[in-house]
Design a binder for this molecule. Structure first.
Ligand SMILES: Cc1cc2nc3c(=O)[nH]c(=O)nc-3n(C[C@H](O)[C@H](O)[C@H](O)COP(=O)(O)OP(=O)(O)OC[C@H]3O[C@@H](n4cnc5c(N)ncnc54)[C@H](O)[C@@H]3O)c2cc1C
Length: 618
């Protein structure tokens, strides 16, 4: 891994005397606070897997990520949006900067940042690797999504593929030579994967021939890499109906020959690109498998290799999806975060108007940050994006715990907590960091509504996140219908116990921490009561009628907990950073947490207004 890079230029201080922002992408100070003062990631180096690392190596890779993101990803973010990928019927054309940036990323060893040394990885803790990734997501979400998908694909194969599949596909992915995709959705089957129709027919040589159409496939075609490894969900004829009959296949764009090099063209072709509102630099594709355009081995049909056992495909895919969902939440966070910093920078430099009560029209105008309403919008953004970043890193730390904790019960605990937090870690930032982008536009006034400024693109890019990797509605159903009731409610109990432990620490700290703890304690008790009330009739149609409202209310309770955790980690620090964090925590408890009251009231009443509204009444 390259660890040294010349320093980045230092921005000029703002006219109101605040220190200049070091970066408009993320705050390194915040990352350091979260990783070290709160999550104590250096403690992970006591574990054998991370023994080679120390604070210095973590700092170096974070700095390297910031530098590469700033120099190679951010500069083409706008161009990637304005000149979206184009399909000429044969080939996809992207702006050259995308490939150049990804080459630098791969050369720096960042694709395999959290993977094992024997695979060519850097064996960094996931929490550190994900903090590094956030720089790229903030700089250029579209370009950064290629390695994000590739890492998820590689991790799935590491968990469920054969050693030969790992050698053939994972190693080149870690080297940055192959990229990966996930092919679940079809034109007629998005949320309901039970209804996919892609077929996989066994061939005499042990491979399968895949036929069908996959829709919305990100990174589905391009010439950025030597090969594209598609992970495809398909049904083997004669298998069980529904999700139990879904299997998972590797379908490479080019079949890999015995020499390990990509060779014969497989029968998977690009039917067209989707033209999106945002995230435009990521190719998004309609792929046809087995339409006969190519005839590998002399026959039509895309050659596919079964991963693991037949009919277990969806469970394997979920392995990738849970990780991808935390990645999506972090992508939403990074977009919200960079939008917030852009708004903050603008608010400190844009002169407009005079203080309330100022009588002298000749007095100079003040920067808009002097207006309380602008500070309200900034504080809301700060509370959303810093809270979401903390939640994403907390979940990433749980991934490390799940994989490397010494005691089996600690690994099991991390797994369960992660399971219940994942719908929130995906959905909450997708909703509230989008709200942050909305406020960032508002802070910019008319300029925010123009393409000359960056914030409108962040908003458009971020709008995707409540849709892909499971829609908002589907995550509501997952949280209330599955996660909080599984194992007799063990997941919810663990979540509430975790909140209670934080409240106990805050109560014994006394003062304001204890006051915030009392509010969180009440909200946690409300969560337990409402969950029980919702399931009291035993009728899923009643319980789940407002599952999205439940997701949003519990999401806010979880974020209040994350803010209390941060508040405690601040200790007695009293500089502007610490005071700002405390104020954001106060804001969250005073303005945001109370939003859950009416939501819990609605849920407690088992309201079915929407459920009972018949389709013809609209
Ligand atoms: C830019 C982009 C990139 C994507 N990348 C990929 C990718 O790489 N690989 C991949 O496989 N897929 C990808 N997707 C697909 C994405 O995961 C789906 O769009 C998503 O799962 C929703 O499916 P759908 O579009 O068919 O919507 P639908 O499933 O038709 O949903 C439409 C609406 O109905 C609601 N709804 C549907 N079913 C229910 C239900 N049972 N209960 C309550 N509400 C319901 C949904 O919440 C939603 O609001 C991508 C999509 C986009 C837009």
């Amino acid at each position: 891994m390259r660890t040294a890079a010349p320093p980045l230029p230092v921005p000029a201080p703002s006219p109101i005397g605040c220190p200049a922002l070091d970066s408009l992408l993320l705050s390194r100070r915040d990352l350091d606070f979260l990783l070290h003062d709160w999550l104590d990631v250096t403690a992970l180096t006591r574990r054998p897997r991370y023994a080679d690392h120390d604070r210095d190596t973590f700092d170096a890779v974070l700095e390297l990520s910031e530098t590469i993101a700033t120099r190679h990803f951010a500069p083409h973010n706008k161009k990637n949006d304005a000149e979206e990928p184009r399909f000429d019927g044969e080939r996809v054309h992207l702006i050259p900067e995308v490939g150049e940036a990804l080459e630098v990323y791969a050369e720096a060893g960042l694709v395999g940042a959290s993977m094992a040394y024997e695979l060519g990885g850097q064996q960094l803790p996931v929490v550190v690797a994900n903090a590094c990734r956030a720089w790229f997501q903030a700089a250029n979400i579209a370009t950064s999504s290629y390695p994000l998908l590739t890492v998820g694909n590689a991790n799935l194969l590491l968990a469920h593929g054969s050693p030969e599949q790992v050698d053939t596909y994972v190693r080149p992915m870690v080297e940055g030579r192959y990229f990966g995709t996930m092919c679940l959705s079809e034109p007629q089957a998005g949320s309901s994967l039970a209804d996919i129709t892609t077929r996989a027919v066994p061939a005499a040589d042990g491979t399968y021939r895949i036929t069908g159409t996959k829709m919305w496939i990100s990174g589905g075609d391009h010439e950025l890499s030597e090969n594209i490894v598609h992970l495809v969900l398909a049904k083997i004829p004669g298998g069980p109906a529904g999700v139990k009959g879904i299997s998972l296949f590797i379908v490479p764009k080019f079949l890999v020959g015995p020499d390990g090099a990509p060779g014969e063209r497989n029968d998977v072709v690009l039917a067209g690109l989707n033209h999106k509102m945002g995230y435009r630099g990521t190719t998004n594709t309609l792929l046809n498998f087995g339409e006969g355009r190519h005839t590998p081995g002399g026959e039509p049909g895309a050659v596919g290799y079964l991963v693991g056992e037949a009919h277990h495909g969806l469970a394997y895919m979920f392995h990738m999806m849970n990780e991808a969902r935390i990645g999506v939440g972090q992508g939403a966070t990074a977009l919200g975060y960079t939008g917030y910093l852009h708004a903050l920078d603008y608010a400190r430099t844009r002169p407009q108007g005079r203080p309330l009560g100022a009588k002298d029209p000749a007095a100079p105008q003040v920067p808009i940050i002097e207006h309380a309403d602008v500070r309200r919008m900034l504080l809301a953004q700060k509370s959303y994006v810093e809270g979401a970043l903390a939640l994403g890193l907390y979940c990433s730390r749980l991934l490390d715990e799940e994989a490397t904790a010494e005691r089996a019960e600690d690994r099991a605990r991390a797994h369960l907590l992660l399971d219940v937090l994942t719908p929130i870690a995906k959905s909450w930032p997708s909703q509230w960091c989008l709200a942050a982008n909305d406020l960032a536009i508002q802070v910019h006034g008319g300029y925010g509504y123009t393409r000359e400024y960056d914030v409108e693109q962040f908003y458009r890019d971020n709008r995707l996140n409540a849709i892909h990797e499971g829609t908002h509605g589907i995550h509501g159903l997952d949280l209330l219908g599955r996660k909080v009731v599984m194992d007799g409610g063990a997941g919810l109990r663990l979540l509430l116990d975790t909140l209670a432990a934080t409240c106990a620490r805050a109560a014994s700290a006394g003062g304001e921490a204890a006051e915030l703890a009392a509010l969180l304690d009440a909200a946690a008790a409300r969560t337990a009561r409402t969950t029980a009330a919702l399931w009291s009739t035993g009728d899923p149609a009643v319980a789940l009628a407002n599952a999205s409202v439940y997701l949003e209310a519990v999401g806010h309770v979880v974020l209040a907990w994350i803010w209390l955790e941060q508040y405690l980690a601040l200790g007695s620090g009293a500089d502007a950073f610490h005071e700002g964090k405390r104020q954001a925590a106060r804001y969250f408890f005073r303005v945001e947490l109370p939003r859950t009251g009416p939501q819990f009231d609605l849920l407690d009443s088992l309201d079915t207004t929407a459920a009972q509204c018949r389709p013809e009444w609209f």
